[in-house]
Design a protein around this ligand. Structure first.
Ligand code: NAD
Ligand code: ZN
Length: 351
């Protein structure tokens, strides 16, 4: 799968894909004075030997960062730079990101800033990372807001080895599948039907999952190719995210996984869209164990300030990505009152 951004690159998906690192990127790695892996500590515990085995010829240095969202702090950003400097890394160093979206965002930001930019390769290990590893958004968090400090910086390659996904806990599977179904909602009805048929993700075969990840990446990369720097259609990828970001900020990050929050946000976006898909989607969220009933005890007033802070919103009204039909997203500015009425209607339906 090729992503044709200003600097194009390839996404390799499949079992044993890490072996392709040496097959396709030997020149890049061999030309580097050092190869540095920035690894999620939990992922390192589980899967580092497999990655190091594939990189044997290059004797990479490994720097472990806190697992998950904790990786995206200013402190761990500085720690990465300290490590690179203490190892005498240079402009010729190649960085690999090994972990989920959190480490991908951090390592991408480190790579884009170290010596004004060194090449980096994404080696994602979560389902959600089919989204985050493609498209070139990098970031760390500021105490005043998530993803507030970052860059657009494309990786040289994405090596997506499905073997790593086998150790994902259930809530991370749910989280990743949420972004998969988001990609289906904004693109393709037939594919959405397939996904809606799942009553239990554990019945999904490895091959099926790979197929869904490929489709999701195809949707994401087509949009990114058209609008790399989010002037227009890239905003459609925020379907479900206006409310999701508010819920995450309101509850405190880490209470819910990102994708779980996005599922709540998509239900709300479907309600605002008066979409006939809503009942089927609500049923899907219940059978697959998404915590949709959390909305019942979350008053609109508490979420509103966060929605107003959303990068896509202005002062008096809120901007949402809505759905004309499956595959037909559009942006609409909605007055507060209407936003509140739809929210309360959704809560009643869920109750
Ligand atoms: P994550 O990176 O926070 O990882 C979640 C948890 O799963 C962590 O505890 C991690 O240690 C563990 N884990 C990772 N891989 C594992 C594996 N194979 N087996 C067992 N455990 C594993 O979560 P995520 O959902 O991948 O990423 C979320 C982050 O991605 C957020 O910070 C979000 O802002 C970012 N994001 C970025 C973009 C983008 O375009 N850059 C898009 C979407 C999300
Ligand atoms: Zn998201």
């Amino acid at each position: 799968l090729r992503v044709e951004t200003e600097h194009p690159y390839t996404v390799h998906i499949g079992q044993g894909a890490v072996k392709l690192l040496v097959k396709h990127y030997r020149d890049l790695l061999a030309a580097a004075d050092q190869v540095v892996v920035i690894a999620d500590s939990q992922v390192a515990e589980l899967h580092l030997p497999q990655l190091l085995g594939a990189l044997e010829d290059f004797q990479p240095k490994v720097f472990r960062v806190p697992a998950g969202e904790g990786a995206k702090s200013a402190e761990s950003f500085m720690d990465c730079h300290s490590f690179l400097l203490s190892e005498n890394c240079s402009r010729n160093t190649v960085i690999l990101a090994f972990g989920g979206g959190a480490v991908g965002d951090l390592a991408g930001f480190v790579a884009s800033t170290f010596m004004r930019g060194v090449p980096f390769i994404q080696v994602p290990t979560t389902i959600l990372a089919h989204d985050s590893a493609v498209g070139g958004k990098t970031a760390i968090n500021h105490p005043l807001g998530k993803n507030m400090i970052g860059t657009f910086y494309q990786p040289r390659a994405v090596i997506y080895d499905s073997d790593f996904l086998q150790t994902l806990p259930e809530n991370e599977i749910r989280s990743g599948m949420a972004e998969v179904i988001k990609h289906a909602f904004i693109s393709n009805e037939g594919w959405l039907d397939e996904l809606m048929a799942y009553q239990d993700f554990s019945t999904m075969s490895g091959q099926e999952l790979e197929g869904h990840l490929e489709k999701g990446i195809a949707v994401k990369s087509a949009i990114v190719e058209e609008d790399e720097f989010e002037g227009g259609v890239r905003k459609f990828l925020n379907f479900g995210h206006t409310l999701a970001h508010a819920i995450e900020a309101h509850l405190g990050y880490g209470k819910l996984t990102h994708g779980e929050a996005v599922v709540l946000g998509m239900a709300y976006a479907l309600e605002l869209s008066e979409s006939p898909e809503l009942p089927r989607f609500l049923n899907w969220t219940k059978v697959n164990g998404y915590p949709i009933t959390l909305l019942v005890n979350m008053p609109f007033d508490e979420l509103l300030p966060y929605m107003k802070k959303d990068k896509k919103s202005t002062a008096a009204a809120l901007n949402f990505v809505l759905l004309g039909a499956v595959g037909r997203p559009y942006i609409e500015t909605i007055p507060e009152q209407r936003a509140q009425a739809a929210y309360d209607k959704l809560r009643k339906t869920i109750k």
